[in-house]
Design a protein around this ligand. Structure first.
Ligand SMILES: Cc1ncc(COP(=O)(O)O)c(C=O)c1O
Length: 486
């Protein structure tokens, strides 16, 4: 019974709904829209409740336990954010409503624009992009248009360090520009000699993930920015990892010209949970008029001197990058999060994110090889491989963690680390849960030597064992098919 899916529980005539009494005139349905057969499961209310509860129990979530998925920042999402985003005054809005009737929503958007400008050190901000990668594409298009408008037609290249997030070269490619990869040096910084050798008047700019995907802050940041500016290029900062820097360092002050935030990493909203994200882009003064429109502006109404909010399209705008005003629900969550923490709280967020990562790193170093071993930011990368247990791989360690009831780290990313395990404990985990995770990693390192098959066959008690990932990607089953006809 418990293994049966909702369709298999179906019994003709059984129903779990009781429609309300008819309170409108009875009208015939347009028959051309009706199907003869609509094979929906016929189940009682209790069958339905049990079905969904069972499904939810097959899932692992941050509300179950630690989820240190490096680069994906699965940190606790305070429930008050959800309460704010679900307020009927927000959920009932229509994007075509007149400006005068949505002043509350525009106020929130304006305030968030201003807060993000202040946090990042930027002169302008758009909330339109739908995710981090979309913010990157928006930023590159802004950089490109700025240079085209200055007559610099020959610029066609974006430099991307090999420690950048994978979306950086992808966004560059989508914008029609050429990607040139810059290697890292032995400390995990951008290799300065390699960078210098690529600087020319063909360079649109550099895209710098900082902290990078090794979890490291580039020690030569100011020099890198200066070098790129000297050749007439702009510097794009991938700010998805801002939870390491909040209240401590403002990328705009360092000379970064354009940067996207991942609201769904830095300012709560679960990342990678299947829901929408938001990738606002901040720009320096000379790029403000190139932002996608509309942006929200504050005006003082003449009659009563109350602030009034209007929508405005910048004069040299690259045009809208998203229908209407972006993902408003995520904007409300980020606004709530920032207002709840305040400036002091945001800084503490970053301090705790960095502290937790360094603490966990120090607890497992020596047992796990750390290829770039220096002070890390909010995440770090170790090798999931032991010389004296060569048959055990990063994937086996990741799968074994599932047996112990926690979520594995990101594995095999970044590509520049052999057998990478990328771990981001996040600021919302306590010392006890970070210690627990460290102990599991240390225990698994012992198992790798003593009982490697335990790791190679893991997970042992998860609802799904090792998946054939290639088959899952090539032949996905996207709708219900009875088990015996698969
Ligand atoms: C450093 C970095 N840049 C860019 C992105 C892309 O963000 P998104 O997944 O919202 O497109 C991510 C995603 O986690 C990231 O970690």
């Amino acid at each position: 019974m418990s293994e049966q899916l909702i369709y298999e529980l179906s019994v003709p005539g059984r129903s779990g709904t009781r429609p309300p009494k008819l309170d409108v005139p009875l009208t015939a349905l347009p028959t051309e829209l009706l199907r003869d057969k609509l094979p929906l499961p016929e189940v009682s209310e209790i069958d339905l409740v049990r079905h969904y509860l069972r499904l939810s129990q097959l899932n692992y979530s941050l509300d179950h336990g630690m989820y240190p998925l490096g680069s994906c920042t699965m940190k606790y999402n305070p429930k008050v954010n959800e309460a704010a985003a679900s307020l009927p005054g927000f959920t009932g809005l229509h994007p075509r409503q007149d400006e005068a009737t949505v002043q509350g929503a525009l106020y929130i958007m304006y305030q968030l624009q201003e807060q993000l400008k202040e946090i990042g050190g930027f002169a302008g901000m758009t909330l339109q992009p739908a995710a981090g990668a979309h913010g990157e594409l928006t930023g590159v298009l802004i950089m490109r248009k700025y240079q085209l408008d200055r007559g610099e037609m020959q610029r066609d290249t974006i430099l991307v360090p090999d420690s950048a997030h994978g979306t950086n070269p992808a966004s560059t490619h989508m914008s029609g520009l050429r990607v040139v990869e810059i290697p890292s040096d032995e400390r995990g910084n951008v290799d300065l000699a390699a960078l210098k050798s690529q600087l020319s008047d063909r360079v649109v700019g550099l895209m710098l993930t900082n902290p990078n995907t090794l979890g490291l802050f580039d020690e030569n940041l100011l020099e890198i920015i200066e070098l790129v500016h000297e050749c007439g290029g702009l510097v794009y900062g991938d700010g998805a990892n801002m939870n390491a820097l909040l209240g401590i360092m403002r990328p705009g002050d360092a000379g970064i010209d354009v940067m996207h935030f991942n609201l769904h990493k830095t300012f709560s909203t679960p990342h990678g949970g299947g829901g929408p994200g938001s990738g606002p882009v901040g720009v320096a003064e000379q790029l403000v008029e190139f932002l996608p429109g509309p942006v929200v502006r504050q005006a003082i109404s003449v009659e009563d001197e109350f602030p009034y909010y209007t929508l405005h399209t910048p004069t040299q705008s690259i045009g809208p990058v998203k229908s209407f005003w972006g993902h408003f629900g995520v904007i409300v969550r980020a606004y709530t999060y920032i207002r709840m923490l305040g400036a002091e709280g945001l800084r503490r967020t970053a301090e705790h994110a960095v502290l937790n990562a360094n603490y966990l790193l120090r607890r497992i170093e020596g047992v796990y090889h750390v290829p770039y071993n220096r002070l890390c930011q909010h995440e770090f990368v170790v090798e999931g491989h032991f010389e004296d247990a060569p048959e055990v791989h990063a994937l086996d360690i990741a799968k074994r963690l599932i047996d112990y009831g926690v979520h594995p780290p990101t594995n095999y990313f970044p590509l520049i680390v052999h057998e990478a395990l990328m771990i981001e404990p996040t600021e919302t985990e306590s010392k006890q849960s970070v210690d627990h995770y460290a102990e599991l990693l240390l225990k698994i390192a012992v198992e790798a030597r003593e009982t490697p098959e335990l790791l190679q066959e893991a997970p042992h008690n998860a609802p799904v064992r090792r998946m054939d990932e290639i088959r899952a990607a090539r032949q996905p089953i996207l709708r219900y098919v009875p088990v015996d006809s698969r």
